[in-house]
Write a protein that binds this ligand. Structure first.
Ligand code: NAP
Length: 321
């Protein structure tokens, strides 16, 4: 199948749809859920976001469903947007705990379901959501080949994977991995702390595999950050009473910088992430249209070295080693 999206340039900011669909339950979607999704999608499009991140599991499939309702009414936008979804997680039920699944049957069935719900005949990109310890690489290759050959996906990427896991998969599937989606933010700092603390006390508690960003950069694998707004803790979300002092101080600093620069706190938090040389694309997840609009301009603001370090050191709550 011809690549319909050959000229599309995906935006640096990505809109994450995990919050859309009316809630993490199996109730049918309602008109108000479709309207909420429409308002969020249109706010994202309005500020230049044309890249939408999904997963088959979000809100028990309902986030893909409400997005599909939008596409059904706005068919002409399909080739102007980049749609990514993920597969590989099975949510827990009362009978069984959740698990991961990269088997042929699971992936083909779930991607078919995503396409039906999203009302599109292809995904611009499919991410393997979380590494399945029982993955059989030859089976995975056959699966990915099937999806490409049948025009169901245009690109393949991963999420929550280290450089070693990516190398292993890329070697066997014999196709380029185009993206890796990981949790990174001004709160979730281990992607920076890993390098900073190497050969220092504290290194053993780092939960981000060192070298992953460098490997992805060298191989042209784009880096996407999930939960990049740190779920609003620096930009207006009500904080718990026992929140660490470093969070309060970072919040104060974010607000001060925002005021001095005449931008929103969201812009500061995202610009901090995007100042990192790894070229990080934040996947913002708010469903609130005003908060979506508040991220406008994050790609344009370049923080100085001092500003970047001030935020980093305040958020980590300790001076550099
Ligand atoms: N690959 C993975 O394993 C993985 C895991 C998690 C997420 N993701 C992707 O990443 C995207 C973003 O994740 P995320 O939603 O956790 O990240 P986020 O963008 O950091 O946070 C958005 C969340 O924080 C809340 N929030 C933000 N600002 C707020 C404020 N000022 N006051 C109150 N609440 C505020 C939002 O609520 P409102 O909606 O009410 O604004 C929303 O629940 C998801 O949509 C999904 O696409 C991927």
């Amino acid at each position: 199948m011809k690549n319909k999206n050959i000229k599309l340039r995906p935006s640096e900011l990505i809109y994450g749809t995990m919050g859309l669909g009316g809630g993490w339950n199996k109730n049918p979607i309602e008109k108000k859920d479709i309207i909420e999704a429409q308002e969020a999608i249109e706010a994202a499009l309005e500020i230049g976001i044309n890249f939408f991140d999904h997963a088959n599991i979000y809100q028990f499939n309902k986030s893909e469903e409400v997005f599909g309702e939008y596409l059904k009414s706005n068919k002409s936008i399909r080739d102007k947007i980049y749609i990514q979804s993920k597969v590989g997680i099975i949510l827990g039920t009362e009978e069984r705990k959740g698990q991961f699944d990269f088997s042929y049957d699971h992936i083909i069935k779930e991607v078919t379901g995503s396409l039906e719900r999203l009302k599109t005949d292809y995904l611009d990109c499919l991410l393997l959501h979380r590494p399945d310890p029982l993955m059989e690489v030859k089976e995975l290759k056959a699966t990915i080949d099937y999806l490409f050959k049948n025009g169901m996906i245009k690109n393949i990427g991963v999420s929550n994977m280290s450089q070693h896991q990516i190398k292993h998969i890329a070697h066997y599937i014999e196709r380029p991995i185009v993206a890796n989606q990981l949790e990174m933010s001004l709160y979730k700092l281990d992607f920076v702390n890993g390098g900073v603390l190497f050969n220092q006390p504290g290194y053993n508690s780092i939960d981000f595999p060192i070298g992953t960003l460098e490997y992805c950069n060298r191989k042209g694998i784009s880096i996407q950050a999930w939960s990049p707004l740190a779920r609003g803790i620096y930009t207006g979300k009500e904080l718990d009473k026992d929140v660490p002092l470093r969070v309060l101080k970072t919040k104060e600093m974010v607000n001060r910088m925002a005021e001095e620069k005449g931008v929103t706190g969201e812009v500061i938090v995202l610009a901090w992430l995007m100042r990192h040389p790894a070229s990080i694309s934040p996947v913002i997840g708010t469903k609130n249209p005003d908060r979506i609009r508040a991220t406008k301009g994050a790609s344009q603001l370049v923080l100085t070295r001092n500003e970047w370090y001030d935020l980093f050191i305040t958020s980590r709550g300790e001076d550099m080693p």
